[in-house]
Design a protein around this ligand. Structure first.
Ligand SMILES: Cc1ncc(COP(=O)(O)O)c(C=O)c1O
Length: 338
């Protein structure tokens, strides 16, 4: 596969690879770089790959389904990885000096991850959230000591992105704006950690990777890594089947701002999932597998099972982006008859 121009520099420090002697330091807000190291950051990544043999029990005999459980990250979602890479890179090259505030748009998970890192490193964090983001996400961001600014609930994450961009442009001295939708370190985080973990934990047997698309960081980074290991591995992107959907974290690409880091070259197929299908599978994951995860996890597993049903042989790997705790306000948890 050709080297990727979107990926940016190859220098490990450029996307925040741990550099010897540069362990995260605790410090007062605005004074990044002092104090004892944090063990919490070293727990980002290294999440378990779990066999889903219950929801997958009707798959053809030669087909297995595995899921990477990202709610085991300290901030509770896959976005800890991307936020860590973006922050490390900015700390390393001076874009986030003491006194600057990290500002970005998020549907919640990246905001929580930034807020966690801001608490540990001591830089202030301001998150632009659509006004309708769940209370659980808002409170978790506030718990880490970050600030929230709301954008229009009618404009979703696109509106939050526009507002973040505007503020960053108007106040360049106040803000560092990582722009997760266009930051190559978001992809690099998955290319360097999630992809290799999947390859290692599946003993190189993975044949298909199925993942939801929000910023596109996960699918582009993992897809690229796996295809470099074995080009025949097929990658499926999961998206909502309509613009008005309830699958938090996923983007209806035809009607949204296209993320700059999403790279189609690593995606072979697309699977469109309805909110109802995603919610039903999310409930099944809790009730059959004991996995209390978010709605986009249900969407990914639904798509993976649909794909697996049409295969004779295969080791399918999907990814569960976050836990169900941040969706407790949703009504579908007690839908006993679903
Ligand atoms: C719940 C959830 N699922 C899926 C995704 C998609 O991940 P990515 O942004 O890497 O495409 C996100 C991203 O924010 C998310 O929050």
């Amino acid at each position: 596969m050709e080297p990727d121009s979107l990926m940016g520099p190859r220098d490990p420090a450029a996307c925040g690879e741990p550099v010897p002697g540069s362990a995260p330091r605790l410090g007062p807000r605005g004074a990044s770089g002092s104090g004892p190291p944090s063990d919490v950051i070293s727990r980002i990544g290294g999440t378990p790959l779990l066999r889903l043999s219950r929801v997958g029990r009707d798959l053809p005999r030669g087909v297995e389904l595995w899921a990477k459980a990202e709610h085991f990250n300290p901030g509770g979602s896959v976005k800890d990885r991307a936020a860590l890479a973006m922050v490390r890179s900015a700390l390393a090259d001076g874009r986030l000096p003491p006194g600057k505030t990290l500002l970005d748009a998020s549907s919640g998970n990246t905001g929580i991850a930034y807020a966690l890192l801001g608490a540990l490193w001591g830089f202030p964090v301001e998150i632009i959230l659509p006004k309708n983001a769940s209370m659980e996400r808002q409170r978790r961001i506030l718990a880490y000591g970050a600030r929230i600014r709301f954008s229009s609930p009618l404009e979703g994450t696109d509106g939050a992105q526009r507002l973040a961009k505007e503020l960053a442009k108007d106040h360049p001295d106040r803000y560092f704006y990582p722009d997760q939708y266009n930051n190559p370190c978001n992809v690099m985080a998955h290319y360097r950690t999630t992809g290799p973990e999947i390859w290692r934990d599946s003993a190189g047997l993975v044949t298909h990777f199925v993942a939801g698309v929000g910023t596109g960081g996960t699918i582009t980074g993992v897809g690229r890594y796996l295809k470099e290991r074995r080009p025949e591995i097929r990658v499926t992107g999961v998206v909502p089947d309509s613009p008005l959907h309830g699958i938090e974290g996923l983007k209806h690409l035809e009607t949204s701002l296209r993320p700059g880091i999403l790279d189609d070259r690593y995606i072979d197929d697309w699977s469109r999932v309805s909110t109802d299908e995603a919610q039903r599978m999310t409930l099944r994951l809790a009730r059959e597998e004991g996995l209390f995860v978010g709605t986009s996890s249900g969407a990914a597993v639904h798509a993976a099972l649909k794909l697996g049903a049409g295969l004779e042989m295969g080791v399918l790997v999907t990814l569960l982006p976050d836990g169900g705790d941040r969706y407790l306000g949703e009504q579908y948890w007690n839908d006993g008859d679903r």
